[in-house]
Design a protein around this ligand. Structure first.
Ligand SMILES: *Cc1c(COP(=O)(O)O)cnc(C)c1O
Length: 425
């Protein structure tokens, strides 16, 4: 085995470091296995309830009328999330697109959107109009306000005051941290804040950006009172098999509004061809609990090892996980870049190419992205990215299998050692 690792350029030192770390986190892995069991049961129950069979793998083209596979997938999603309805479509380009369509679907001129988790995900800045764009919500006369978190929790007082002062149409809660330094928001915190919001305003629409959080714990946001929830299929729920797409689940009238915005007013959910992807969506969802488990184990192992190597990590190996994202705070640009390049070297696809920082559309700073994935941009597959700005944080996530995640981590460590040797020459 060690010989094989050496062939892959992994030294004995790195091998033993990671092997020992693995023993130290065994107990945490056992907890992850329990969550995987639970969520697998949830998925299988939803499949059985809706009698998934080969007929659901069939496809439509053109308008996509009467697509029984597509319609049943949406029923499965609704069951899984305990939601009234779902929209699960590959016509959504990305998570950002689904969030965009949802916001444009729900908000009208003079309405106000309120984010209570501070500045939203980078790519939403032009959507909302925080950053100028002729097609933003702001350009349609939709207002925006934001309340920052205090010590990684909601500013309950300010939320209450704001809701008492004026009518807010939609509240956005972004659970995963995105490219920020805050902690992600647990389902318990979401539950608590929704209870507080409901004391002041019974009708405000509460929307949750659930990206990266699906199947990380037992509950999902609808179960704690959210009205509508959005996420990407090239993250957790696609299980690495869905080639693109996103989902929106929630109250029937709200999902209807989003569907009418995605397709056509008057046609909504009735149209949208599945183009041969129904089987992939079901296959991916079936694998998703296990894939999320592998991603979590990879994150936990990385957290433990990188902390041992002297870097600050968030979360630590023993903290409760809220999403699949692991932060390593490198404190300098070189380590960040080498770590990402090492992750790329451990990828199944494009391992031979070297990622470098570049200007990405929708992002403020240059970003380095390691992604040797089967699906372009998929971040349920092992991937690591970091904006080139202090304190030089790597945002690592994914891995379709745990052994592959472990190899990726070893390659990243090796790349960092190699850099140290280069520096001392
Ligand atoms: C990934 C992500 C999104 C959407 O990203 P896409 O790359 O557009 O799919 C939105 N919000 C959060 C918190 C995310 O992590």
């Amino acid at each position: 085995m060690l010989e094989l690792y050496k062939q892959e350029g992994i030294s004995e030192k790195t091998y033993h470091l990671v092997q020992k770390a693995e023993e130290k986190v065994k107990k945490v892995f056992d907890e992850i296995d329990q969550i995987t069991d639970y969520n697998s049961l949830k998925v299988i129950h939803a499949f059985h309830k809706h009698q998934i069979s080969e007929v659901h793998f069939t496809s439509t083209t053109g308008y996509g009328y009467g697509d029984v596979g597509r319609d049943t997938i949406e029923k499965v999603y609704a069951t899984l999330f305990k939601a009234e309805d779902a929209l699960v479509r590959t016509q959504f380009i990305s998570g950002t697109h689904a969030l965009t369509v949802t916001l444009f679907g729900l908000l009208r001129p003079r309405d106000v959107l309120l984010s209570i988790t501070g500045k939203p995900y980078d790519t939403l800045e032009e959507v909302i109009g925080i950053k100028k764009n002729e097609s933003s919500l702001l350009s349609f006369g939709i207002g925006y306000e934001q309340i920052d978190l205090i010590e990684d929790d909601f500013d309950y007082k300010k939320i209450k005051e704001t809701l008492e002062k004026r009518k807010i149409k939609v509240i956005e809660i972004q659970r995963s941290k995105g490219y920020s330094t805050r902690k992600s928001i647990s389902i318990q915190k979401v539950e608590k804040v929704i209870k507080e919001i409901r004391k002041v305003d019974r009708d405000v629409i509460i929307m949750v950006d659930n990206c990266y959080c699906e199947f990380v714990c037992e509950k999902e946001p609808i179960e704690v009172g959210a009205d509508i929830v959005v996420g990407s299929l090239i993250k957790n729920l696609g299980g690495g098999i869905a080639p693109n797409g996103a989902y929106v689940v929630g109250k029937r009238n709200l999902v209807h509004l989003v569907a009418e915005r995605l397709t056509v007013p008057g046609e909504g959910k009735e149209v949208g061809p599945s183009l041969g992807l129904n089987k992939s969506l079901l296959h991916g969802l079936f694998l998703a609990p296990s894939v999320v488990g592998s991603a979590l184990k990879t994150a936990i192992l990385t957290s433990f090892v990188l902390q041992q190597l002297g870097y600050e990590v968030e979360p630590t190996a023993f903290e409760k996980r809220i999403d699949i994202v692991q932060n390593v705070i490198f404190g300098n640009q070189t380590d960040l870049i080498h770590f990402c390049q090492g992750i790329q070297k451990g990828s199944p696809v494009d391992a031979h190419v070297t990622p470098v920082p570049w200007d990405m559309p929708g992002y403020e700073n240059q970003v380095i992205m390691a992604a040797g994935a089967f699906t372009s941009g998929s971040s349920i597959e092992l991937s690591c990215d970091g904006p080139i700005r202090p304190p030089y944080i790597a945002y690592m996530q994914g891995s379709l299998t745990y052994p592959a995640g472990k190899i990726g981590l070893m390659k990243a460590i090796e790349q960092m050692y190699k850099r140290e040797q280069d520096d001392s020459m």
